[in-house]
Design a protein around this ligand. Structure first.
Ligand SMILES: NC(=O)NCCC[C@H](N)C(=O)O
Length: 256
């Protein structure tokens, strides 16, 4: 059974030079990161996704965080204009991959900026974090594009956090998992479960009852299981040193 296509991008040799904004820089073991990426891809494949690789962008240390370069909604791919200028060359390779996947392609135009990590889609509602990487113009452009697919964009102001999905994501039933010290998720108007591990608020529903999350959030994995879902746990420690999480290492395109 294939659930769809999962886009991923291999970590490059310059991974350890990736951006850090809200945490202290620490040494990244690139060989270990490559092994972790292999296991991450295997977990997606095991969950029923056809894993497809976006062409490498060796000059961009953060290119492994492919989620930031595109927002996919039904048959539409919105190519982003990342808030960090050094990440903008990453988008070209993603464009090729989404065209090959048969999606209609539009883009966020300058001077607007938007990172895919700021976009949380739940049903017909699309929450967009506005903070360091995504600005008002980028959020407004996304809203116009996604309105063509019947979605409503809800802006969420952010402080002291890289992306919206660094602070909140959702379980398959739409329940939010959030870290209260990073974001008051009750303002989003949905059921919320507070988690007490930083990585616990980053989950990816993989279809059915499967929920991908990081090995650094064992208590949240237990909570997810208690709630009746099946946790799929991956170790992404080397990416966490660069403020990455399970969400940002792939783009899921259901049905493609
Ligand atoms: N969507 C995400 O959570 N992306 C993580 C990006 C981390 C990367 N070091 C950056 O600062 O852009």
């Amino acid at each position: 059974m294939t659930r769809g296509t999962a886009l991923v991008r291999q970590p490059g040799d310059r991974l350890a030079e990736g951006l850090v904004t809200h945490i202290e820089r620490s040494d990244v073991d690139v060989a270990r990161a490559r092994r972790q990426h292999e296991a991450y891809r295997a977990a997606l494949a095991e969950a029923g996704w056809q894993v497809r690789e976006v062409a490498p962008a060796e000059q961009c240390p953060d290119s492994v965080f492919v989620e930031d370069t595109v927002v996919v909604c039904d048959d539409l791919a919105v190519l982003t204009r990342p808030g960090a200028p050094e990440r903008r060359p990453e988008v070209a390779g993603t464009e090729k991959a989404v065209r090959e996947a048969g999606l209609e392609v539009v883009r966020i135009e300058a001077p607007g900026t938007l990172d895919g990590g700021d976009v949380l889609q739940i049903g017909d509602t699309v929450y967009v974090g506005r903070g360091g990487r995504t600005d008002e113009a980028g959020a407004a452009q996304l809203g116009a594009h996604l309105a063509t697919r019947g979605r409503t964009v809800v802006p969420v102001p952010l402080r002291d956090v890289l992306h919206l999905k660094s602070a909140v994501t959702a379980l398959p039933d739409g329940t939010l998992l959030a870290l209260p010290e990073l974001l008051d998720a009750t303002a989003l108007g949905r059921p919320v479960r507070a988690v007490d591990e930083e990585a616990g608020c980053h989950v990816v529903p993989l279809g059915g009852d499967l929920v991908l999350l990081a090995a650094s959030a064992p208590r949240t994995a237990a909570l997810v299981a208690d709630l009746g879902f099946t946790p799929v746990v991956v170790d992404i420690s080397e990416y966490e040193k660069l403020e990455g999480c399970v969400t940002c290492l792939s783009v899921l395109i259901p049905g493609a």
